[in-house]
Design a protein. Structure first.
Length: 436
């Protein structure tokens, strides 16, 4: 068919060894593993005093447009949405703890996003990413895998907080936990049998069961009309954020966005098998421009900065390889503006199994680490371990870079540390000393 041949040519299906059906299934899968953001982001930003209904709409809008741009301009199966780490830092530290208004705090995110855009524009960001050693790249990918697996276990209810031991096993008599575990095994068993739509099948099955077994999961219709955006859009205080007292906050926003987004891009593209030995991937510059531009636009309209999402790996896991995946995800986000009750039907534990499954796939890259060389193994392990243990992708990357420099410098191999690694390590040290 003409439309199919156009899609095949535009997204290079033959080169990527994929099909329209595979890409659409992958897009739907990625969407359902990350659609939670349209409910979580308004909840978090609402705690900072922002209008939750408006944030719901702007979250769908920027995630939809940014993700579609990623697919069309970079031809990568990468989805974008408001960054979880940044929105929590904004709401609970900058606004709640430090006392800044949400307008000024969002302005600080805006300037941090401008910094990210400038790093991209002058190719400094590209230089940094292309210069990351293999051990650190592998550690980043595996660490993201462990991190999102932890989120998955938490959403299932298998892992819960414990004041004595930090974490503990959840209640195995809870039907929600059992449904989440069932979803995970549906995915892994079907995947082991080479049925790549297993993630989507799992989400549908668990959501169907939840309608009967979980009183909190209710069908509330299909369509709802969006509210006016005036309460948020246009209210960000960009000038007020240009305060010397906020320089440390702006720098923190810049670093968090830089390494959350860049680390995710590296991890997902590595898993998709489209990176070379130096960590570069096709249309890398276009991808960086799209995500940095989206970050600026997202903060300007009051949704927090936009970042690439680790959940993109779920679409890759079912065979997604091209930008059509992102276009499908973006279109579904835009549709969610009008179909929010239906999107909200899917409970967190129904998508949690997909996160654990993606964690398995991403952690497999650890086989590439030179375990017999402690100067390579230590930074890779530290990077991977510190992400889940600090509940932060950025902190894991920070400790990984710093440990790489320490190990090489103290074992007489300092010449193996290139300039970008030194620069990044020093920046992280400044952040720890100055901001914490």
């Amino acid at each position: 068919m003409a439309s199919q041949s156009f899609l095949a040519r535009f997204f290079k299906f033959d080169e990527k060894r994929t099909t329209t059906k595979t890409e659409i299934v992958a897009g739907i899968t990625t969407f359902f593993t990350m659609v939670y953001i349209v409910f979580v982001n308004p909840s978090i930003l609402g705690d900072a005093g922002m209008d939750k209904q408006v944030v719901f709409v702007t979250t769908c809008l920027i995630a939809g447009l940014g993700t579609m741009a990623m697919g069309l301009f970079s031809n990568l199966p990468i989805a974008l949405a408001p960054a979880m780490g940044l929105n929590a830092f904004f709401a609970y530290v900058v606004v709640a703890k430090l006392g800044y208004s949400w307008q000024v705090g969002m302005g600080a995110i805006f300037w941090g996003s401008i910094g990210l855009f400038l790093l991209t524009l002058f190719q400094i960001r590209y230089w940094l990413m292309a210069s990351i050693p293999l051990g650190l790249r592998v550690g980043i990918g595996a660490g993201i895998g462990f991190f999102i697996a932890l989120i998955g276990f938490k959403n299932i209810g298998l892992v819960v907080a414990n004041p004595a031991t930090l974490v503990a096993l959840g209640d195995l008599h809870d039907p929600k936990v059992l449904m989440g575990v069932l979803g995970f095994f549906i995915i892994t068993i079907l995947a082991a049998r080479n049925i790549y739509s297993g993630v989507l099948v799992s989400i549908v099955v668990v959501t169907g069961l939840a309608l009967f077994l979980d009183p909190a999961v209710q069908f509330h219709g299909i369509i709802s009309m969006p509210p006016s955006l005036d309460a948020v859009v246009g209210k960000v205080d960009i000038v007020g954020a240009l305060d010397t007292a906020l320089l440390g906050i702006i720098f923190s926003f810049l670093l968090v966005n830089l390494f959350d987004s860049s680390g995710t891009l590296l991890g997902v593209t590595e898993k998709a098998g489209i990176t070379d030995e130096k960590g570069r991937f096709p249309n890398m510059r276009q991808a960086l421009f799209v995500d940095s531009t989206s970050a600026v636009v997202g903060s300007y309209i009051g949704t927090s900065a936009i970042s690439t999402y680790v959940e993109s790996g779920s679409g890759v896991s079912v065979g997604g390889r091209t930008g059509l995946v992102a276009v499908v995800v973006g279109a579904l986000f835009l549709l969610t503006i009008f179909f929010s009750p239906l999107a909200g039907l899917v409970p967190a534990y129904a998508t949690a199994g997909a996160l654990v499954y993606v964690g398995i796939l991403m952690a497999s890259s650890l086989i590439k680490v030179q375990w017999d060389d402690l100067t390579e193994a230590t930074p890779a392990f530290i990077t991977a371990a510190m992400m889940p243990f600090t509940y932060s992708i950025t902190e894991g990357i920070a400790f990984g870079f710093i440990s790489y420099c320490v190990m090489k410098a103290c074992t007489g191999r300092i010449r193996e540390v290139n300039a970008p690694v030194w620069v990044v390590s020093i920046l992280f040290l400044i952040k720890f000393i100055w901001v914490g």
